[in-house]
Design a protein. Structure first.
Lengths: 422, 415
């Protein structure tokens, strides 16, 4: 038998994108649902405008942590008991632009669960004792994070890259000392009440149950804030955060980019995959698989509302941190100076096609894929464009994108750890 | 109910096939019955380092990842104290690429010296990243040798020290492969929208002529029954004191495992759990506290761990914790509490089974436990648990002589 030659490959001919059912909650906020055939698992996600950029981040952080912390009638514990009785779970995630409340349960428990959560939020009383406890917990968690080089460089990267905008704001320990209960309540009233921007459901529910959810959520529906998009300046330069007694150094490198509506977007994603966004990328091949400097390194085009940024991240042995920076710079130069060869481009094409197929596999993945375009006001035609670009892109185009964007001198470079050794 | 079919090749390879008509993807999962517990005490961390080398090219194919990526797929692996598990996820129409790659590295590796040198460095960086350069990162490196005196669970999968990884020779790699990586020591599990006959024919084609080996006998040092309370205290440059109570519990295949799993949920999983309510909400001794079990194949650990609130002492916590555990032993939980524990287990399970990869890995793991169908029987085992079972087990587990306590004392001070 022939073990030398690879079996022949078959092209992916199509990807099925499923359009979610859409209705408006309270005539304002979209509610998207996708049916989960053949499973009893149901998830509802609620997107509130209460992100960290909307006010002092410490308020978003505390408020989101206190949503289920008690009402005038029930303690936090009683609320959690009620959630547990339904076999349900919830989590609350805070990002720069949203607070996302997610609830998980079996189909027949999801509406009772949502009812408990919305009721607890509607009547949230923000008890003093709960606030104090939350502050003590968050302070401690932040102190633990301060010990991580990864956290230190990521945070400094954020502060410098977004300088002059709300995106640069972070929470420090002392911020927790100046917060009052009235401010938290005020934040809640401003950005949670009438602050629900969209909701999603993945599950198997009847039409009347969907309407029941719409009614439950209707009082919360609100409009997207239409204040002007902040103006980001390109930031560059090298900065080091000294942390002694560390055996690895954290590295973040990047620059402001653009969002999915920009014409270079699709091409840049393909170029970036080659450069640093899969296991066989240039960065991985050189810095992990040839030099053994790190357990992992990657680059990405991160997305925000109406904007985006490029970021390279890794943690490397303290003694090879400076050498790693040189290698990253070298790989950027290679992308600019050399045409990607046919074989590598073909591999990345096939790889990305396979990943696209995977990212559309199953109702939960499909909802995430849909939200990826919805947040930019786009639809599935965006992905079809991406697939088309994947088939047509040339090595020359990739090179010109690298020349345009992978410019070392224009990058912001943050390191955290021991002093760099040259 | 997760449907599957199984067959075995003449060389001893066990194969499970799980059909899913709803997905365009396929998963090829290979579980090797070898983990860190099979290492020699002076060569720890080896099973995991070896896992990295499995991606360094096989006897006929110079690169593992590139052909798979070219087929639209991705691959990864993990090593635990018990097993080493490799998986490929790729578009179903290209499944043969995964079988070609996976069968060739079962046949033999390239054993390239360069691969050993590089992966040695990569694993050393992984060791630093996960265990040395993180606050509380070395907790399990300290706890394992306290809780286990003889059994190889006394070292972590990453190894006892960087030195063991630095000393590995290519001959060690070859010997390890020869002993543990053969069809008789593996379980292959394939899933996707295929016909059984097609999978059978493909597997026979790619794996049929791999020479059958001998499944290595596993004779591990037995852990003597613990008869004394053990305690170790370490100082670390961290912001808060941390504590780890480890209680010996039954092996994975015992009924006790399931009861302990449920007991840990009741004691310390959610914000309605016993320990959270008493030690955090009421006494405000801790900032977080959790109870959980290690699902290890041999005798496991029931863990209670957390971090102290600044200004509170671990002695106060110790007294309070034992009081809670003593009280718990005397007061059975209510039928309502039991019901919700079971419902929560069902919900979690429903979500876990969403993913094709999860289902595929789990089928292979249950086959290792004795029967892939165990995955479908677990629900009944949980359902049969009664209040008294939890009661009895808590009496048996939560005694001082069954406990090893690790305390991390913070040298940083904060008001």
């Amino acid at each position: 038998m022939n073990r030398i030659e690879a079996p022949s490959l078959k092209e992916i001919d199509k990807i099925n994108f499923i359009e979610p059912r859409k209705v408006l909650i309270g005539n304002i906020a979209p509610f998207y649902s996708i049916e989960n055939h053949g499973s009893d698992a149901a998830r509802i996600e609620l997107f509130f405008k209460a992100g960290t950029i909307i006010d002092r981040p410490v308020l978003a952080s505390l408020c989101s942590g206190l949503l289920l912390a008690g009402t005038s009638k029930e303690t936090a514990t009683e609320i959690h008991n009620n959630i547990d009785d339904l076999g349900g779970f919830f989590d609350i995630n805070l990002s720069q632009e949203h607070t996302v409340v997610s609830v998980y349960a079996l189909n027949d428990q999801i509406i009772p669960l949502l009812t408990i959560v919305m009721d607890a939020m509607h009547n949230a009383s923000f008890p003093e004792a709960e606030i104090e406890e939350q502050i003590a917990d968050k302070k401690q968690r932040l102190r633990v994070s301060y010990e991580k080089v990864n956290f230190l460089c990521q945070r400094d990267f954020q502060k410098r890259l977004f300088e002059g905008t709300n995106y640069a704001k972070v929470t420090e320990i002392e911020d927790y000392d100046s917060v009052t209960r009235a401010e938290i309540i005020d934040f809640f009233n401003s950005y949670f009440r009438k602050g629900l921007l969209k909701a999603t459901l993945v599950g198997r529910l009847q039409e009347e149950q969907l309407r029941e959810i719409e009614q439950l959520l209707a009082p919360w529906a609100g409009k997207e804030v239409t204040n002007n998009t902040p103006i980001f300046k390109q930031q560059k330069g090298n900065y080091h955060i000294e942390k002694t007694a560390t055996v690895q150094t954290g590295i973040r490198i990047g620059r402001m980019m653009f969002d999915r509506k920009q014409e270079d977007y699709h091409g840049f994603v393909i170029m970036n995959t080659i450069f640093g966004d899969y296991f066989g990328s240039r960065l991985m091949k050189n810095i992990r698989e040839d030099k053994g400097y790190t357990y992992g390194i990657g680059s990405a085009l991160a997305e925000m509302k109406d904007n985006g940024y490029f970021i390279i991240g890794t943690e490397v042995g303290a003694e090879v941190a400076a050498a790693t920076l040189k290698e990253i710079q070298y790989e950027m130069t290679q992308m600019k100076d050399q045409l990607v060869d046919k074989e590598e481009l073909e591999l990345v094409r096939n790889y990305l096609l396979g990943q696209a197929l995977k990212s559309a596999d199953g109702p939960f993945a499909m909802m995430d894929l849909f939200l990826g375009v919805e947040m930019h006001g786009l639809d599935y035609s965006f992905y079809n464009e991406a697939l088309k670009k994947l088939k047509l892109i040339t090595a020359e185009e990739i090179q010109s994108l690298a020349k345009k964007y992978l410019v070392w001198e224009e990058m912001l470079v943050i390191t955290a750890g021991q002093q760099l050794i040259d | 109910m997760i449907q599957f079919e199984r067959f075995e090749l003449k060389n001893g390879l066990k194969v499970i096939f799980h059909k899913d008509t709803s997905t365009p993807m396929a998963v090829v999962n290979t579980l090797y019955d070898v983990g860190a517990r099979d290492e020699q005490e002076d060569k720890t961390g080896f099973a995991h380092l070896f896992e990295h080398l499995m991606f360094g090219g096989s006897v006929n194919i110079p690169s593992y990842d590139a052909p798979l990526q070219n087929a639209g797929g991705e691959s990864n692996a993990f090593t635990s104290n018990d097993i080493t598990n490799y998986y490929n996820v790729l578009p179903a129409q290209n499944i043969e690429t995964a079988l070609w790659l996976e069968s060739d590295r079962m046949l033999s590796l390239a054993f390239s010296p360069k691969s050993l040198e590089v992966q040695r460095s990569v694993v050393i960086e992984e060791f630093k990243q996960r265990y040395l350069n993180q606050p509380y990162g070395d907790d399990w490196l300290l706890l394992r040798p306290l809780a286990y005196l003889k059994h190889p669970y006394k070292w972590a999968t990453i190894g006892k020290s960087l030195q063991h990884i630095e000393e590995v020779q290519l001959d060690d790699v070859k010997a390890f492969f020869k002993k543990h990586y053969n069809p008789a020591n593996a379980i292959l599990c394939i899933s996707g929208n295929f016909e059984f006959d097609y999978i059978k024919q493909l597997v026979e084609h790619w794996y049929g002529n791999i020479p059958g080996g001998i499944k290595p006998a596993r004779i591990l040092p037995q852990e003597p029954k613990q008869t004394e309370f053990r305690k170790a205290v370490y100082e670390r440059d961290v912001p808060a004191d941390a504590f780890y109570y480890a209680f010996k519990m039954g092996e994975r295949k015992s009924e006790e495992y399931y009861i302990a799993d449920m007991l840990s949920d009741e004691l310390g999983k959610e914000k309605s759990s016993v320990l959270y309510l008493k030690l955090k909400k009421e006494l405000q001794l801790v900032t977080d506290i959790n109870a959980y079990i290690l699902g290890s194949l041999d005798q496991g650990l029931f863990m209670i761990s957390g971090k102290m609130m600044n200004g509170k002492s671990m002695d106060e916590l110790d007294t309070a914790l034992w009081e809670v555990l003593d009280t718990f032993q005397l007061n059975p939980i209510t039928a309502q509490e039991l019901k919700r524990l079971k419902l929560k287990i069902r919900t979690s399970r429903e979500f876990q089974e969403q993913g094709l990869l999860n289902r595929t890995m789990n089928l292979a793991y249950y086959e290792l436990l004795g029967d892939a169908n165990g995955i479908n029987e677990e629900h009944e085992i949980y359902n049969a648990i009664e209040v008294e079972h939890l009661q009895e087990l808590s009496k048996q587990l939560f005694v001082k002589e069954n406990c090893s306590l690790l305390q991390i004392k913070a040298t940083q001070s904060h008001e």
